[in-house]
Design a binder for this molecule. Structure first.
Ligand code: ATP
Length: 360
């Protein structure tokens, strides 16, 4: 078994900055865990602590049943794949992959078997004699992964491995990595700031913010039931619409909901354009400000029409915000047209005004 368990892990840099503020996490044997969050949230720091490249200021890291806090990186039985590939430019692809194994004193035939097998899996067999400079970015990324695979580690650690690739290749490599991990069944921790990459790769998704965990869980559960407005906005593109419950238009439709509810969340794709009444749900009157038609779907940017427009807004009430509606296919409202966007009760999310707590 080679799960990874983090218990109340903390990192305070010598500058005094607390980058990780007590994180607990359990990644089961063979699971793919993705750490996602905005720049500076501490995801690389946390990964580097698991790798042994950063000291641990507090708590415990357990890899395969062994506390590794005091154990050197080379002894942790992990392999890391970096964003910049970290290949040796003067060495052939073969030697880049074999290097770590030779250093460990492995016998030549065993090294050769492992390198050839990894090259076959990654389809880089014909490139084994080339130098990294003679490879494309995607091929270099494969070599970096090959170097991790040949070590047959207990755990793979990935630090934004796809961020230097163009959009198309990123998607292709994302699928490759997932297939590869399923096949090898090696416990993996993967860092990215790309929420789509995170959603598609993860068995367990960890959404981080400011050195803490905002939410941990199955990616679809997180998408469907974000615990905070931070998660609601970070996971999903375009992000969830968040509207103050305080306005008359919304408050009157949400009769009976807890008085604690301060923000109403609706995902853009959960709206329909309809003139029907929607008992228990929500209907928003919008004037169309912009339309994006991308073929498979249409995005409508609407401004809410508040009652009593032109009159000073109530103190404390947010100005009428923009609402994004996402409709499958091509539809044709015109700029300036007035439409009604509706969403049923079961698609509504309610949060406290500070966004820190989900109510339903
Ligand atoms: P990014 O996606 O931009 O790489 P990240 O989520 O991986 O961000 P980290 O690199 O882990 O973030 O950094 C977390 C925080 O710790 C940041 O605020 C960063 O400025 C700070 N930090 C990182 N390294 C050090 C250091 N050596 N000394 C002091 N502060 C540091």
């Amino acid at each position: 078994m080679a799960g990874v368990i983090l218990r109340d892990v903390r990192k305070i840099y010598p500058s005094g900055f607390e980058a990780i503020k007590g994180i607990g996490l359990e990644v089961g044997d063979g699971q793919f865990c993705v750490l996602v969050g905005p720049s500076g949230c501490g995801k690389s720091t946390l990964l580097r602590m698991v790798a042994g490249l950063e000291t641990i200021s507090g708590g415990e890291i357990d890899i395969g049943g062994r506390i590794v806090n005091q154990i050197e990186p080379a002894e942790r039985d992990i392999a890391m794949v970096f964003q910049n590939y970290a290949l040796y430019p003067h060495m052939s692809v073969y030697n880049n992959m074999a290097y770590g194994l030779r250093n460990r004193g492995m016998a030549k035939p065993e090294i050769d078997t492992r390198v050839q097998e990894a090259a076959r899996i990654l389809e880089i067999g014909p490139m084994l004699d080339r130098k990294p400079g003679q490879l494309s970015g995607g091929q270099r990324q494969r070599v970096a992964m090959g170097r991790a695979i040949v070590r047959q580690p207990k755990v793979f650690l990935f630090d934004e491995p796809l961020s230097n690739l163009d959009a198309k290749l990123r998607i292709a490599m994302r699928v490759e990595i997932r297939k590869l991990q399923r096949r090898l069944n090696t416990t993996s921790i993967y860092v990215t700031h790309d929420q789509l990459e995170a959603m598609t790769l993860a068995d367990i998704l960890v959404v981080m913010n400011g050195g803490q965990v905002e939410q941990i869980g199955n990616p679809l559960e997180i998408y469907q039931k974000p615990a905070t407005t931070f998660v609601a906005s970070f996971i999903g593109a375009p992000p969830m619409n968040l509207l103050p419950v305080g306005s008359d238009e919304i408050r009157s439709q949400l009769a009976g909901v807890s008085g604690e509810a301060g923000l109403l969340g609706i995902r853009p794709e959960d709206f329909e354009i309809s003139n029907d009444a929607i008992p228990g749900g929500i209907a928003l009157k919008l004037s169309v400000e912009a339309i994006e038609r991308v073929g498979a779907e249409t995005f409508i940017y609407g401004a809410r029409q508040q009652q009593g427009q032109g009159v000073a807004a109530n103190p404390g009430e947010l100005p009428p915000g923009e609402v994004i509606v996402r409709i499958p296919g091509v539809i044709a409202p015109a700029i300036g047209e007035r439409i009604q966007a509706t969403a049923p009760r079961e698609k509504l999310h309610l949060f406290t005004s500070d966004g820190r707590k989900r109510i339903e």
